[in-house]
Ligand binder design. Structure first.
Ligand SMILES: Cc1ncc(COP(=O)(O)O)c(C=O)c1O
Length: 361
């Protein structure tokens, strides 16, 4: 006889999510380039809004997030009624699976896709299905070929993590055109801002009822610790998500901080400019050291070594130099390290450390 309650089928198949390392034995302030955070931190305006909001901690927060939705709508030129806010974009992504997929349904994502997609699918009781990629890029034809009558949800991060590669709007449109009306195409735009001229798929969402865009304050806005994300979708999808999310899912502090962060356009412009400059430097420097890497469109670079042993040696060497990057074996890249683009001095430190290791100095 069972003595403990049984979880729903599939839940015990979930492997715990491994976050980027944040501590290093014996090093007080390691250079953390393992979680694609903003190396400049958050906007000072966001920090002071959070401090101010802390004076009202005894009050419940807004349930409809109207102020933050209004700011997002204004900055992005969207309809505020079609926006929902969540505890990181993770919450929106998981609610979508909970709401639209279940037992017997398939949730589709790609070979090197963000590792949470499998967890979201299994947590909803659905079956994860993986489409192959081509040369570390999402392959629209292979995604389309993997769609079956059971597919209810497709997660595509654009740009993708951990490759940093991105589909252009032509390919995204071709994919959206091929997705059946009974299936949701979720465009995960955690890194969308880093692609110049890309709207994260917003225009596709506006034009179609079955495309959803998710965005986050954790990357460009430097608010990973505050946990704020949002989704833009059809009125129908928003309506569903609002029924199942917690009424007070967003804290008053989080709402205030995110609002101020989004309004600080000067800070955003500076961070984007710096990221583009340092990303070019990092990619160029890595290639000069004989390391292959794709033209990342995000705030990180995937550096490929000769083999797993070389990647592990480089990781250990960077750690010895006080630098934390991300091992990505779990994403199917045992031979690679994902390195967040840092400030100019951070990039110099990474390149100098790798140059020493590879005997280039
Ligand atoms: C592709 C992708 N999507 C979603 C997320 C979730 O971010 P958050 O929940 O902090 O918004 C991440 C975080 O690393 C990510 O890389």
């Amino acid at each position: 006889m069972t003595t403990t309650p049984n979880p729903q089928p599939g839940l015990m198949d979930i492997a715990l999510y491994q976050g980027g390392a944040s501590t290093l034995d014996g090093v007080e302030n390691p250079l953390k380039l393992s979680s694609n955070e903003n190396p400049f931190g958050a906007s000072p305006l966001a920090t002071s809004a959070v401090t101010q909001a802390a004076l009202g901690l005894h009050r419940y927060p807004s349930t409809d997030h109207a102020t933050l939705r209004g700011t997002i709508a204004e900055i992005h030129g969207l309809d505020a009624n079609r926006i929902v806010c969540g505890v990181g974009s993770d919450e929106i992504l998981t609610l979508l699976a909970m709401a639209f997929a279940g037992q017997g349904d398939e949730v589709l994502f790609t070979e090197h896709g963000f590792s949470m997609y499998r967890i979201f699918a299994l947590a909803a009781g659905a079956t994860p299905v993986v489409a192959p990629e081509t040369d570390r890029c999402v392959d629209v034809d292979k995604v389309i070929a993997a769609i079956t009558p059971q597919t209810r949800l497709i997660y595509i991060a654009n740009p993708a993590n951990p490759t940093g590669t991105a589909l252009d709007i032509g390919d995204l449109t071709r994919l959206a055109d091929a997705v059946p009306a009974s299936c949701l195409l979720v465009l995960d735009g955690a890194y969308a801002e880093f692609v110049e001229g890309y709207d994260g798929g917003a225009a596709l969402v506006t034009a179609r009822d079955n495309v959803v865009m998710t965005r986050t304050f954790s990357k460009l806005y430097g608010l990973g610790g505050l946990r704020v994300g949002w989704g833009y979708a059809s009125q129908h999808v928003i309506d569903v998500l609002n029924r199942i999310r917690g009424p007070f899912n967003m804290s008053s502090v989080a709402l205030a901080g995110a609002d101020a962060a989004m309004r600080d356009r000067d800070f955003v412009a500076t961070c984007l400019h710096e990221n583009a400059q340092q990303r070019t430097r990092l990619i160029g420097g890595l290639r000069q050291l004989g390391l292959a890497c794709d033209d990342s469109q995000a705030n990180f670079v995937l550096a490929r070594f000769e083999d797993e042993q070389a990647a592990l040696a480089a990781d250990a060497h960077l750690k010895a130099a006080g630098i934390l990057v991300r091992l990505v074996k779990g994403y199917g890249f045992p031979e690679a390290l994902r390195i967040t683009v840092g400030r100019a001095e951070d990039v110099t430190r990474v390149l100098d450390a790798l140059a020493t290791l590879r005997g280039a100095t």
